[in-house]
Design a protein around this ligand. Structure first.
Ligand code: ADP
Length: 576
């Protein structure tokens, strides 16, 4: 699995790559999209311009075309011819003017003029302005050659008119020409409705018509620079659409503002950039999510590995401590068994002093009785000798009894147990201790109750318990002037309690919790092993009973040890 640093490095690399690709694609996409959008818009704008120029070309052609024939027709009218033939005659003048006015009225022309071959004006129908042709005027010359003359003329105050001229002929030669003035500004007025700049440039390169007033009668603006400079044409960029109007020899141009194309490029280019940025953002989010999952997975993995390791360590420790515990329990078992024996040996050791004293005394008595008997026999004093021998026999019986108790105590306990008479157990225990009791001058009060009362246990082991407890009581009362120890047996239906009460100082509260611990003793070296209560406690427990300590309820100080055992049934049989 990748470590934290390499995950972070990969994250940075991918993020950088994503940003780089996004910028690259963004630039390319913006370039192409902007171009395409601009092209589409340009095509549309150019089409609009083309359409506008075509419509206006047709309209202009159509507007001027209707006047074309009028000049020719007027040149052939008799009234007009009469005017030229007899110009001083008022009637002819009036007739010709009338024809001219009628033409103006019907066609909407600006003026109808009758021109002499030298260019001077013979008459005007409406007489609205003064205009003259020089003899070399192209308009006049063309007409005089029998063709239709046509040209733009700038009248007073810059008024522009398109003039058609036609010859007035008579038999044998030409008389002059008819000129029809068409007002260009009338047509131009229609252009004011068109928003795009429109201009018509004549052969001489002069703007003859335009819906931009300041361009009129000037050379056409150099597109862009001069359009920019024009106060009412702020847009800087135009698509130009031109068409040559064949009969007029003009070039009609419609300029379409290119700003929408530029705007479309900016808008669509910006949109492409935005889309790329959004995609890059989405990809970055995916990358973030992926790496967050990776990091989480790694964290989880690390945590579970750590947990596994902890569990493994704990399990190993537990196994080790379990093994150690098993060994300790086994050792404890062994120690327990050994302790029972050791305790017994310790008790034996304690008792052996008393016993040796107990046996030495009768032995020396036996020796002196025997010596006396021998002397009495030598002297023939048979009755005294018999008396001494009888005493020897009695002493031997007593020693045999002590020996029997000792054997009983030292014998390995019978693992089985059954019903034992508690009174007999207590009496046997006291017999073992008789010499110690006598030495201490202790008063032993026994309240044993029914001698047949049975408890569940083993005779020897219970005896050992009683010996221990009585010895402890005697030890506690050592040095007292009147040591007194009470052994009381009480029973209920199910249990029997043996209470051993002394009048010693009682149990020191500071050590009360420890007195049942093995090897705990307050006695001096060589006086106590600290095993008595521990062994007794376990023996009683083995019998299903309890050993507890209480304060002597009757005297100040003093302790009461209570052995509580199950009541024994006769059917169980008596145990050793
Ligand atoms: P040991 O008698 O060898 O000291 P025990 O296990 O029999 O070992 O007794 C442990 C301790 O309990 C004694 O040292 C003593 O302090 C205390 N103890 C036992 N019995 C009595 C008693 N009847 N009165 C006061 N203290 C006692």
């Amino acid at each position: 699995m990748a470590n934290g640093a390499s995950i972070n490095r990969r994250y940075r690399e991918l993020s950088f790559l994503n940003a780089a690709v996004a910028i690259l694609i963004g630039v390319i996409a913006a370039y192409f999209v902007a171009h395409s959008a601009s092209d589409i818009q340009e095509t549309r704008l150019r089409a609009t311009g083309r359409e506008a120029v075509n419509v206006q070309a047709e309209a202009l052609n159509g507007a001027l075309d209707k006047y074309r024939m009028l000049a020719v027709m007027l040149g052939q009218r008799a009234e007009v011819r009469s005017l030229f033939l007899d110009p001083d005659q008022n009637r002819a003048r009036e007739a010709a003017r009338l024809v001219g006015l009628t033409t103006i009225g019907l066609s909407g022309a600006l003026e109808v003029a009758f021109v002499r071959p030298d260019g001077s004006i013979l008459a005007r129908a409406a007489d609205k302005f003064v205009d003259g042709f020089g003899p070399d005027s192209v308009l006049l010359q063309t007409a005089m050659q029998g063709r239709l003359g046509r040209a733009v003329r700038v009248l007073q105050k810059g008024r522009r008119a398109y003039v058609f001229t036609a010859r007035v002929s008579a038999v044998g030669g030409h008389l002059g020409a008819v000129a029809i003035y068409v007002d260009l500004e009338n047509i131009e007025d229609n252009w004011s409705l068109i928003t795009h700049p429109i201009l018509a440039v004549d052969q001489a390169g002069i703007v003859v018509m335009s819906n931009r007033a300041h361009w009129r009668l000037l050379p056409p603006p150099a597109f862009n620079a001069e359009i920019d400079a024009a106060p009412d044409a702020p847009p800087s960029d135009y698509f130009s659409n031109s068409r040559v109007l064949a009969p007029l020899n003009w070039t009609l141009t419609v300029l379409v503002d290119a700003t929408p194309a530029r705007n479309a490029a900016t808008l669509w280019g910006g949109l492409a950039v935005a889309v790329c940025a959004a995609i890059a953002l989405a990809v970055q989010l995916l990358i973030n999510r992926h790496f967050a999952a990776l990091r989480r997975e790694r964290r989880d993995r690390t945590t579970s590995l750590r947990l596994e390791r902890i569990v493994r360590d704990r399990t190993r420790e537990l196994l080790q401590s379990n093994t150690a515990l098993e060994a300790a329990v086994e050792q404890l078992h062994r120690t327990h068994t050994e302790l029972i024996q050791t305790g017994k040996m310790a008790a034996l050791g304690q008792m052996s002093t008393a016993l040796s004293h107990e046996l030495n005394q009768p032995l020396s008595a036996v020796k002196s009785y025997a010596d006396n008997a021998l002397t009495f026999l030598q002297r023939g004093r048979e009755p005294e000798a018999r008396d001494n021998i009888k005493r020897i026999s009695e002493l031997a019986d007593r020693m045999a009894e002590i020996s029997r108790h000792l054997r009983n105590f030292a014998r390995k306990p019978n693992p089985t147990f059954g019903a034992v008479p508690i009174a007999a157990v207590i009496e046997d225990a006291l017999k073992v201790l008789v010499s110690r009791i006598r030495n201490d001058r202790a008063e032993i009060v026994t309240e044993l109750g029914d001698p047949a009362l049975l408890v569940r246990g083993g005779h020897v082991r219970l005896q050992q318990v009683i010996v221990n407890l009585v010895l402890n009581g005697l030890d506690a009362m050592e040095g007292q002037p009147a040591p007194r120890l009470v052994i009381n047996v009480s029973s209920t239906e199910k249990s029997v309690s043996i209470a051993i009460t002394d009048c010693g100082p009682g149990i020191d509260p500071a050590v009360r919790d420890q007195i049942f611990d093995p090897f705990f003793t307050t006695k001096g070296v060589g006086q106590g092993l600290g095993l008595g209560l521990s062994i007794s406690y376990n023996i009683v427990k083995d019998f299903g009973g309890q050993l507890s300590v209480h304060d002597n309820a009757e005297v100040e100080g003093g302790a009461t040890f209570v052995v509580k055992l199950e009541a024994g049934q006769e059917s169980e049989g008596v145990a050793a």
